[in-house]
Design a binder for this molecule. Structure first.
Ligand SMILES: *Cc1c(COP(=O)(O)O)cnc(C)c1O
Ligand SMILES: [Zn+2]
Length: 482
């Protein structure tokens, strides 16, 4: 077992590759987008063919052995070090407990209701309660590597966020400390109270802008163009790398056999779905898996530019940003996803290797999203609204005839349910404005019921109050005496 703790000796040679003009740049500078064409980057390890010399079965053994490691540097997303950012030294890896999140098979009752085998992977069980920690662990580890290399004495990290990116960025910055400091830009009133409390609690500077995420993003990009800041939005290719670990973990959980698995992912800025596709493609290239799982992206009717793109005739597709409308899947409420070029690039490769049916995007209603979240959580899950969006996507995929009997749907619960408790509350209390297009079903409402009132508390003795309260409970529940 000791071998599992030994840090890998392999070192890659990584480069930024621009998806717009194919230009390549060294990684020893902070690049966010291509300096010549503004395109988005993917990171490539030019020594990857070296890794292909090791058989897939040997890789499976290495990763399985490391699953038991006590070395914190290998315990999280860097368990897959060679496929992650194999330029970072052991002492620069930041580990806060991210990754290795549980895959929970749904109960028989829920599967019967849905009519499909299904499981949630609970990425809300990450340190800041969303999958964004995967990307931040990678981005901050790389930043520490760069800081050490250049001897920088001050680096400002900045991001625009629908809530969870800022929570994750602020957490990792707070842990790493000097010389990193963290600034986050949020759309005023468009993140939940829980999400806002996170960067505030971590001590980040929190700046608000009236508008939606897309407005914040423009400000952040302006800053990145003109000032020296480290941008941590999902255009940052290091974050995409870290998020690939989701795919690696799914594969490992199913013993590297992904036949008959369909992965559902909500799409906002489209960073996560590209990371997951890229991750599975890497595993296939190394022979670690033999079959690509199918991937189905899900978007709300209120923020659906990627769906609209794939809904057009192949060959005549044109990408157009949309103006978003209020959505309970607020963390994915993005009209102009920055990673769209990555989706187009990777989906094409994915379909080439996995067949035409291996990638699809479906669109779901707000009503379906929130009710799917409630349904999941009433069956023992802890899904956020975006997790609900995945289940809504599964219902939609079934209606469209996209699911085969016997397939297992793996749904991404991208954040913890508690972050979105406010939307549940709005549903239970009929608090949605007409712009949400959600009509709560009274039968699904669950509200606390007061058993005995304050006046009785004041009037009765302590013992009499207890007996009276208990009697009232008996009445409500209709309990039989033993
Ligand atoms: C960021 C986020 C998303 C959207 O992911 P993208 O990578 O932007 O597509 C979905 N759900 C939650 C909870 C998020 O925080
Ligand atoms: Zn370029």
């Amino acid at each position: 077992m000791r071998e599992a703790n030994v840090f890998p000796t392999y070192r890659g040679e990584m480069e930024y590759v621009c998806l717009g003009c194919q230009a390549r740049y060294p990684i020893d500078e902070l690049h966010y987008t291509c300096p010549s064409c503004k395109g988005v980057f993917l990171l490539e390890d030019t020594r990857f063919p070296e890794l292909e010399k090791t058989p897939g079965s040997a890789w499976r053994d290495i990763f399985d052995l490391r699953a038991a490691t006590k070395n914190p540097a290998l315990r999280g997303i860097f368990r897959f070090y060679e496929l992650m950012a194999p330029v970072v030294a052991e002492e620069h890896i930041v580990y806060l407990g991210e990754g290795n999140t549980p895959v929970t098979r749904s109960s028989t009752a829920l599967e019967r209701l849905v009519g499909q085998s299904m499981a949630f992977k609970n990425d809300g069980q990450n340190p800041s309660a969303s999958f964004k920690d995967r990307g931040m662990a990678c981005a901050y580890s790389y930043l520490r590597h760069l800081v050490a290399k250049h001897g920088w004495d001050n680096v400002l990290t900045i991001c625009a966020s629908t809530g969870d990116t800022s929570a994750a960025a602020a957490l990792y910055a707070a842990y790493v400390g000097e010389p990193l400091t963290s600034v986050v830009l949020l759309p005023q009133g468009k993140v939940t109270a829980q999400q806002l409390s996170q960067p505030l609690g971590s001590g980040a500077k929190v700046l608000e802008i009236p508008g939606v995420f897309d407005d914040c993003m423009k400000v952040v990009e302006y800053l990145a163009d003109h000032y020296r800041v480290a941008l941590l939005n999902s255009k940052n290719a290091w974050r995409i790398l870290g998020q690939e670990s989701y795919a690696f973990e799914v594969a490992q959980w199913y013993d590297w056999d992904l036949r008959g698995k369909v992965i559902f992912v909500p799409i906002g800025n489209a960073g996560n779905i590209t990371a997951i596709m890229s991750g599975f493609l890497k595993l296939l290239r190394l022979g670690i898996i033999e079959t690509l799982p199918r991937i189905i992206g899900v978007q709300s009717e209120h923020a659906d530019p990627v769906f609209r793109y794939y809904d057009q005739d192949p060959g005549h597709r044109r990408f157009e940003a949309v103006k978003v409308r209020p959505s309970v899947a607020q963390a994915a409420m993005i009209g102009n996803p920055v990673s769209f070029p990555r989706v187009a690039f990777l989906a094409e490769q994915y379909q080439k290797l996995g067949g035409a049916g291996s990638f699809a995007v479906v669109q779901v209603s707000e009503q379906r999203i929130i009710e799917s979240m409630l349904l999941a959580n009433r069956h023992g899950h802890i899904a956020c609204t975006q997790g609900g969006e995945c289940l809504a996507g599964l219902f939609k995929a079934k209606e469209l005839g996209l699911m085969e009997e016997g397939e297992l749907a793996v749904l991404d619960a991208t954040a913890h349910a508690l972050k979105f408790a406010g939307f549940q509350d709005m549903y239970f209390h009929d608090g949605f404005g007409p712009e949400f297009e959600i009509t709560p079903d009274r039968k699904l409402a669950n509200v606390p019921r007061l058993v005995i009132d304050q006046q009785d508390k004041e009037r009765l003795s302590e013992d009499a109050f207890t007996v009276q309260a208990a009697q009232n409970v008996v009445g409500i529940l209709g309990l039989d005496k033993k």
